[in-house]
Design a protein around this ligand. Sequence first.
Ligand code: GBH
Length: 479
Amino acid sequence: KGIHCELSNLYFPDDFLFGTATSSYQIEGAWNEDGKGENIWDHLTHNHTHLIRDRSNGDIACDSYHKYKEDIALLKDLGVSVYRFSFSWSRIFPHGHPYKPNPAGIAHYVAFLDELAANNITAMATLFHWDLPQPLQELGGWTNPRIVPCFAEYAKVAFENFGSKVKYWITVNEPHQVCQEGYGSDNLAPVLNMSGIADYQCGHNLIKAHAIAYHIYNDTYRHLYNGKIGITIHGIWYEPQTPKDEETADRMMQFNFGWWAHPIFTSQGDYPAVMKEYIAKRSTLQGYKRSRLPEFTQEEIDSIKGTSDFLGLNHYTSYFVTDAKINNLDTHFSSDHQVQANAKISWGSAAAPWIKVVPWGFRKILNWLQNTYNPSEIHVTENGFSDHGGLNDTTRVSYFGQYLQNLNAAIVLDKVRVKSYAAWSLLDNFEWLDGYVNRFGMYDVDFSDPNRPRTPKASALFYKDVIRNRRVGEFVKVN
Ligand code: GBH
């Protein structure tokens, strides 16, 4: 209420970086070119086609593997100073197995990074944005501790070959989605749906893999290239439904965000106490002799603490929460946390029903992150809104306008140390199980045309103005 007027006079700091974000499987296509191996999304879309809403796949996607120069021209036109993208692990290690990198895969990314540099755009690279090499999945994927040295070797080869051209490194995009949605439910590949067991095992190895990659960079490459390395966590803001739900809301933040952030960003390290307590209690109730949540050794806790130069946040939405007493014996993550989340009927919604338009939640989570973890820098590595396509994307403009105002307020009025913002996404792209049904792009892509032409939407023009003026100007609020 009144937020538009109150917040519309703010400017973004001079050194604030605007950008856009994409990921390899969602845009590249060229799924079997130049020696690339099969990854879990190739595998899922080819073998379990019915799980994808429009039965599509990323075989061609936006064809960015071939059209990367065109993409970079769009970035240039928008005026962004940073581009967040991801490397495809199976282009570099086609079988996942380390020690035999694929030179053609490396050459592709070198050419891509050179083009970015030639256009003065800072590279923010994610090592793992969900496209795990299929052979590693067949060995158990993130539940097999063997993944840790495989990821470490992949990271090392990436630092070695791309280190001089990458300023910001993100080890993993959204560990919660990788583990809870991929192993603990059937929202993402590998759709294992073994909640309360596989998701916790996955998380345990993933956090260790992240930390080792950090140490490799820190020990061997930092002094050469002087970049920064961190992790990106998906953060929903959970607001107490009533004042008496404050403990519940904090518990929900701990289970969703703290699971990943507490081991890395706090001085105690390890999983959040409330998470250890709740899972241990329910495990006992269920007849387990040990908690289903694995334990770190003290040595592991110490080597994981502090392994991030910045906190990467992907933020889209917020919910209200209340306490839920769940006494059934299932092992599910959502029974472990004992919280019920809900949205207000009056909130606008994206085409993806999980994205409700709650702009004030963005400002709240940014403040919460600074107060809880006190990171030296926060980078918003994703924020965006889906519709069903079309160039006159007024609902997206309205979403970005309101969210950017709240970001601006968090930075200028609340002094939250946010250093960059990446809009998801540059292009309409392959939206995982939603295929091409839900569109997140500032540029439309015509997927029925073999040339995959790109056309700016109203949101691209709006964002271009925000970047040029360094403030959120006028826009029509429709949600
Ligand atoms: C990001 O994940 C991803 O990093 C990016 O690749 C993706 O394209 C973008 O979001 C847009 O979706 O209510 O059961 O359907 C966001 C994490 C993943 C959290 C999907 C909510 C849906 C749960 N989201 N998940 S459900």
